[in-house]
Design a protein around this ligand. Structure first.
Ligand code: NAP
Length: 295
């Protein structure tokens, strides 16, 4: 069996078209323009490129978007004050503080200072807790993107045996929680594996849907995958450079081997990656609608 490729680039494009239409409707019918601010402290090159991509996408969709660049030596108190300003700015519905922050700033303190109603990254404990009790508000972006990939590729989630490799707060735990929800697009039986799991292959081989977020290049090989499984590879590993100096990326799954056994698989790059920013945009539209009492 050669797997169908689930293209995150294509699914993300489809969702962005829908969002663009929705943003135009909100403007026309409710005079509402979703507003997103991205705060960047310092000039870390990877962070600059992530923030630029977020800004570009929000412009394309017709948002009111603001890029707030601050110096790397900004004091924690100053950043807290800035967040407070955006918390009370009615034009801003979503606040994104680009991580990582410089070492002298406590990331937890900053993320907790964001009004949970504007926490479009879905990392505030209020939003994490709401997901946990089955009343999700903003889903964290990467796991939300994974769920959309499964739904939009026609994968049967209800009743499926899902195995998640990885238990981080940004991918593993939230995707396990999302697919466990008692609602449409979920209702799966979920198992979570990590570095202390004994005989991990005995779990991964049972999975109808295998989601891998370990950050270990090609950790999952064909012999660990059930024939016909749907495999979502979240990992992004830099394993070298091309002669032109471009990073060579690979996922956590041995794509070449596993694609001969799985029924569907996401590539790296072009799989989960493109979904993350798109889900940030989706959360921002939701935040604007909630603020206006439309959602
Ligand atoms: P993380 O915080 O490093 O967590 C990795 C998790 O995987 C940990 O729970 C760890 O277990 C587990 N793990 C590591 N090696 C393992 C192994 N050999 N067997 C079983 N479990 C193992 O990483 P993360 O932030 O979740 O990210 C995971 C990967 O996804 C990274 O490659 C990252 O770059 C990528 N990522 C991609 C996107 C995107 O948009 N595409 C977004 C976020 C992350 P322990 O808890 O026991 O240590």
């Amino acid at each position: 069996m050669t797997a169908k490729i689930i293209s995150g680039s294509e699914v993300a494009k489809e969702i962005r078209e829908e969002l663009k239409q929705e943003v135009a409707d909100l403007k026309e019918r409710h005079n509402l323009v979703p507003g997103l601010v991205t705060i960047l402290v310092g000039e870390d090159p990877a962070s600059v490129s992530y923030v630029t991509a977020k800004q570009r996408t929000s412009h394309e969709l017709g948002f009111y978007s603001k890029q707030d660049n601050q110096p790397a030596d900004m004091a924690e108190d100053e950043l807290l004050k800035l967040i407070d300003q955006y918390n009370s700015d009615p034009k801003i519905h979503g606040i994104l503080v680009q991580l990582p922050l410089p070492k002298h700033i406590d990331e937890g303190k900053i993320l907790y200072a964001i009004d949970p109603r504007k926490d479009v990254d879905g990392f505030h404990p209020v939003n994490v807790g709401k997901l946990m009790i089955g009343e999700p508000n903003y889903l964290p972006c990467t796991p939300a993107g994974i769920q959309q990939l499964l739904i939009r590729s026609g994968t049967k989630i209800e009743g499926a045996d899902v195995v998640v490799v990885g238990r981080s707060n940004i991918v593993g735990k939230p995707i396990a929680n999302i697919l466990l929800q008692k609602r449409e697009g979920a209702n799966a039986t979920v198992t979570v594996c990590h570095t202390r799991t004994r005989e991990m292959a005995s779990y991964t081989k049972r999975a109808d849907i295998l989601i891998v977020a370990a950050g270990k290049p090609k950790a999952i090989t064909a012999d660990m995958v059930r024939e016909g499984a749907v495999v979502i590879d979240v990992g992004v590993n830099r394993i070298g450079k091309t002669p032109e100096g471009k990073a060579i990326l690979c996922g956590d799954v041995d794509f070449e081997g596993v694609k001969e056994k799985a029924s569907a698989i996401t590539p790296v790059p072009g799989g989960v990656g493109p979904m993350t920013i798109t889900m940030l945009m989706m959360n921002t539209v939701k935040a604007a609608k909630l603020a206006a009492g439309i959602a």
